[in-house]
Design a protein around this ligand. Structure first.
Ligand SMILES: NC(=O)c1ccc[n+]([C@@H]2O[C@H](COP(=O)([O-])OP(=O)(O)OC[C@H]3O[C@@H](n4cnc5c(N)ncnc54)[C@H](OP(=O)(O)O)[C@@H]3O)[C@@H](O)[C@H]2O)c1
Length: 322
């Protein structure tokens, strides 16, 4: 814990550098969950660096003020270059119609250069999605994976000048779950059903499924990485996972609401160790510029590659991120 917090402080003091201006000139970038926090800050970075940015929202009024914010922050470069689209990741139908609409939009007439799948939630209380899964698992794992698969198929278009990037926002917390019983659960109801069973919801735990949802997403991305290869084994779409580090956003709002003490703890913890959304979102920009030989890498600052390998070794499947 001391080690992790020391690294968090270091990240706060030495921010990830941004690439030169105009690095994304002529590119079209999608950011999901762009109304707040890291998604909003990432939209500002990409617009400032010259991209046309597609921002997703669940509520158009919230989306319009986010879009205005991005255009204002990006100044003259961002004017008229941001686009709003509706996406609710509680429902598969919304994910599918979103991708269908995206393919038809004028801004995507030359395809999509970068997709950053950022939207995510933390739930303290059990909530079920209309699809029947626990909502953290629905949004962070299942709908993110579905979007990733649908986008990958489309982004694999032959004859492009540059390799497109598909970026999945995970979290360092994917290293936390104790997976020793996962094989047993898999043989019983299945792991997803286990985590979506209200009777098994651990009351009193702050964010029961968050780390599980991010580890499950990490496993799904391993499969997506394999599918990103073309017939001759070349990488058609560069796929990465990214962790922005600890960032002061509203993500932990449900945790803060559990008591006045927790509200205080969350704000002190984020205040002392949390980076700004601007700093955290710089890792998304880094992940959107990786080279082909970094395909599959976990982009983050907390660990060196060797340290991550040592932590990740406890995971059951081989990791391509290293
Ligand atoms: N903050 C951190 O310290 C931290 C650390 C590691 C990883 N992350 C990851 O970073 C990502 C962004 O988190 P954040 O800290 O910026 O949180 P945030 O401020 O709460 O923003 C979350 C975004 O996701 C959207 N979203 C939530 N549920 C959605 C749904 N069902 N369908 C579509 N969009 C939905 C929200 O849109 P609405 O406005 O519609 O709610 C919002 O734009 C998450 O994946 C999180 O796990 C964050």
């Amino acid at each position: 814990m001391v080690f992790l917090n020391a690294r968090r402080l270091r990240d706060k003091i030495w921010p990830e550098p941004l690439p030169p201006p105009a690095s994304f000139d002529g590119q079209t970038v999608l950011v999901t969950g762009a109304t707040a926090g890291l998604g909003l800050a990432a939209a500002v970075h990409f617009a400032t660096l010259g991209a046309r940015v597609i921002m997703t929202t669940r509520s158009f009024s919230r989306g319009v003020s986010a879009k205005d914010h991005v255009e204002q922050r990006a100044g003259i470069i961002g004017k008229g270059r941001t686009h709003l689209m509706e996406l609710d990741m509680n429902r598969y139908s919304s994910c599918m119609s979103f991708v269908n609409e995206l393919k038809q939009t004028e801004v995507c007439q030359n395809g999509l250069d970068v997709a950053v799948l950022n939207a995510g939630v933390i739930n303290v209380n059990f909530m079920q999605s209309p699809e029947g899964w626990e909502q953290t698992i629905q949004v962070n794992t299942l709908s993110t994976t579905l979007l990733g698969l649908l986008l990958l198929q489309w982004m694999k278009q032959p004859g492009r000048d540059t390799k497109p990037h598909l970026v999945f926002v995970t979290s360092r917390d994917h290293l936390d779950p104790d997976i020793t019983t996962w094989a047993d659960w898999s043989n019983q109801d299945g792991i997803l059903r286990h985590f979506s069973d209200e009777k098994r919801w651990p009351v009193g735990q702050l964010d029961p499924n968050y780390a599980n949802s991010k580890l499950l997403l990490t496993y799904a991305v391993e499969e997506i990485c394999k599918r990103a290869a073309g017939p001759n084994g070349s990488v058609d779409v560069i796929v990465n996972t990214v962790c922005p580090g600890l960032v002061s956003t509203d993500l932990a709002r449900e945790v803060a609401k559990t008591s006045t003490l927790m509200q205080l703890l969350v704000s002190v913890y984020q205040g002392v160790l949390g980076k700004s959304a601007d700093y955290g979102a710089r890792f998304y920009v880094t992940a959107a510029r990786t080279s082909e030989d970094e395909h599959g890498k976990y982009i983050q600052s907390m660990f060196t590659d060797d340290e991550y390998r040592r932590y990740a070794i406890i995971l059951p499947t081989p990791h391509t991120q290293d």
